[in-house]
Design a binder for this molecule. Structure first.
Ligand SMILES: [Zn+2]
Ligand SMILES: [Zn+2]
Length: 452
């Protein structure tokens, strides 16, 4: 077996293994005789045979961030090299934040197939547009009926207007259909509902709601009203990428070293997740096709074994004309690979000798059941370079995104910035980091842990 060679890699893997051990069934050295016939149902018991909770593994994320530095142009590479240890070490901070805030988990994936079929043109590429489309608004009338007024399942939308056609409309307006103009509704959403995005409950003011219909005129029976975001829980990764990107541009503009380093590091993590096909599907861990565990098998186990064989000459960073489109393309490019991964693993698990698929390995004084190296090799070869391609593409994409942000910010002189920075690396270790670490060690993901 090829060993993970770097020290940080080993540390990362051990940390990762520790998480697996606390969350999943582990055998002690007196492993019970296991049936040589391992069927797929048994497979499900061992869904975290590697670091699937950590996406590409801690090791993978760190390597992406580290290697991306070396594809930067001369004007940038000095600055990034100066901070390379921090950028490497903190590549998994966003995963740790999932333990600190419930809003973090959804930033690491998008179950895009929930919303339609490839190329998913029905999904608004802009964040607010997606929220407007997939947020339901309910009214409670004077008789305390809860009426579903607005939402993508109860309205037709064209270029300028939404035609509401909920069966509840009669109770709200005594009409079967009601028209709302999109401009007005979008404004109402942005100014009134969206600011409440991070609250547990989004309340809607009856008068503001009534104002939407005042030209018709319609009498809305509204005692109180509320909104429910139906979108975010299925993942917001492409939108979050764009958000972090814009923040990074701003950090370059303001020449804020702390923010540049932090946001570059975070960007690396989310770009890593976006290149993993199983981060773009509802069937993210094969749970819908009796292939539980495939998430970690693809993104962690194969990488752990074979990363040293990859060709890392990814070339110099290139400028990206439209970053929003680029992030979406990354997600779509990932998504088209989902079917191949699932079908190849399904075929292989049926044809490969059953008793040679899983092995036992000792890690941290415990024995874990994990895919055997030869079985991994067979899967890796059947995938025909897919893991290598997605992994090395991530490195080039990340470098290009950093470069594009710097260009879009007006190419600030980073060597000057470096010269001005006499402060020690410790400036990045602030209270937020400590809180994140504490929550991470506490151990419960808030919101859905994507891959288990
Ligand atoms: Zn993952
Ligand atoms: Zn992640």
């Amino acid at each position: 077996m090829k060993k993970i060679s770097s020290l940080s890699g080993i540390a990362a893997f051990l940390l990762c293994a520790a998480i697996v051990f606390t969350s999943f069934k582990v055998y002690n050295d007196k492993t019970p005789e296991n049936s040589s016939e391992q069927n797929l149902n048994q497979h499900s018991e061992f869904s975290a045979h590697s670091c699937e909770k950590e996406e590409w593994g801690f090791y993978g994320h760190r390597m992406i961030n580290r290697r991306a530095v070396f594809s930067l142009p001369p004007e940038m590479i000095g600055f990034y090299k100066k901070h390379i240890e921090w950028i490497t070490e903190h590549a998994v901070d966003p995963d740790k934040r999932r333990y600190a805030t419930k809003h973090e988990a959804v930033r690491h994936y998008i179950d895009i197939d929930i919303w339609g079929t490839y190329p998913f043109e029905n999904i608004p590429r802009k964040w607010t547009d997606a929220l407007v489309k997939y947020t339901d608004v309910y009214v409670v009338n004077s008789r305390l009926d809860t009426l579903h007024l607005v939402g993508h399942k109860v309205m037709d939308v064209d270029k300028y207007k939404m035609t509401l056609r909920s069966k509840d409309l009669k109770k709200a307006f005594r009409k079967d259909t009601v028209v709302v103009y999109l401009n007005g509704y979008n404004e109402f959403y942005k100014s009134h509902i969206q600011p409440q995005y991070y609250k547990d409950e989004m309340l809607v003011d009856c008068q503001l709601l009534k104002d939407l219909f005042k030209y018709q005129p319609l009498d809305l029976d509204c005692d109180n009203a509320f909104a429910i975001d139906r979108f975010s829980k299925y993942g917001i990764l492409p939108y979050h990428l764009n958000r972090v990107y814009l923040q990074l541009v701003e950090a370059f503009r303001k020449q804020n070293i702390d923010h540049i380093v932090r946001l570059s590091t975070d960007m690396g993590h989310y770009m890593g997740d976006a290149h993993v096909p199983l981060h773009t599907t509802e069937n993210y861990n094969g749970q819908m096709t009796n292939q539980v565990g495939i998430h970690g098998f693809w993104e962690s186990r194969l990488l752990e074994l074979f990363n040293e064989e990859y060709d890392y000459l990814v070339g110099r960073a290139t400028y990206i004309d439209d970053t929003q489109e680029f992030f979406w393309k990354t997600i779509l490019d990932s998504h088209v690979l989902v079917d191949s991964i699932l079908s190849i693993e399904k075929r292989l698990s049926r044809t490969y000798p059953q008793d040679k698929q899983f092995c036992f390995e000792n890690r941290l004084d415990a024995t874990i059941r994990i895919q055997c190296e030869d079985y991994c090799r067979a899967f890796h070869e059947e995938l025909k370079g897919m893991v290598e391609d997605r992994f090395t593409t991530t490195i080039h994409s990340l470098s290009s995104v950093w470069y594009t942000a710097w260009v879009d910010a007006g190419q600030p002189d980073l060597s000057e910035l470096l010269a001005a920075q006499e402060a020690e690396r410790g400036i990045f270790k602030n209270k937020d980091d400590e809180e994140t670490d504490k929550s991470f060690k506490g151990g419960v993901i808030k919101g859905r842990g994507h891959s288990n």
